[in-house]
Design a protein around this ligand. Structure first.
Ligand code: AMP
Length: 213
């Protein structure tokens, strides 16, 4: 499958993407994960992206398009892909459209995961992520805690709160989402590609997507 997952930070794009990869081997492409990896590795990209990310701002479009232009050419994308956190601005969506046309790739649809802001705020402040870059398992101290507090079930590394998951950064990210990313739902509706789903449960989202495919 070839899908775009739209939705605010914390709407569950990553969780849904991980579950969909198990359906047909499509790969999850998360620009957030790629950028966090670059920051950790101290690459040029990471150095450029770091301050934007910490502040809860978007990284400039040209950096993101550079990443995606290369990523979509990789061999594993031939099985299909789930774009998680990209595109995030209208210029990115327009450039993606041109890129996909060039590569002769057709999207199935763009899924908009719709979740109320109070649910999102609660989810993000209680989210914990495995600090091991190879693992990055996600937990929630309320709804999905690790067996031992602060320790990843899968690899035993410490679980941490991401720098951009403090209340201040989250609030900024949600404002940025409303201003820059929410308009993408209308863009994909006009393209005839939008599937909007009430996303309070990831089961319901996965079900809605697989039945539409
Ligand atoms: P995420 O894990 O998807 O919430 O992304 C974490 C951060 O990475 C965001 O708050 C942005 O600073 C940056 N980022 C990720 N994807 C994009 C994108 N498509 N465009 C611009 N910035 C992005």
């Amino acid at each position: 499958m070839r899908l775009i997952l739209l939705g605010a930070p914390g709407a569950g794009k990553g969780t849904v993407a991980k579950r969909l990869t198990a359906v047909d081997g499509s790969v999850q492409i998360s620009t957030g994960d790629i950028l966090r990896g670059a920051v950790r590795d101290g690459t040029e990209l990471g150095k450029k992206a770091d301050a934007f990310m910490k502040a809860g701002d978007l990284v400039p479009d040209e950096l993101i398009m550079g990443i995606m232009g290369e990523r979509l050419l990789e061999e594993d994308c031939s099985k299909g892909f789930l774009l998680d956190g990209f595109p995030r601005t209208i210029p990115q969506a327009k450039e993606l459209k041109v890129l996909l046309e060039k590569l002769n790739i057709t999207l199935d649809f763009a899924v908009n995961l719709d979740v109320p802001r109070d649910v999102i705020l609660d989810r993000l402040t209680t989210r914990r992520t495995c600090s091991n870059s190879e693992c990055q398992a996600i937990y929630n101290i309320k709804s999905m805690p690790s067996k031992v507090d602060g320790v990843c079930d899968k690899c035993g590394s410490p679980t941490i709160q991401r720098d951009d998951e403090t209340e201040e950064a989250i609030s900024k990210r949600l404002d940025t989402y409303e201003e820059k990313t929410a308009p993408l739902a209308k863009f994909y509706e006009e393209e005839g590609l939008l599937l909007s789903v009430n996303a309070t449960s990831s089961d319901a989202v996965v079900e809605a997507i697989t039945s539409k495919l």
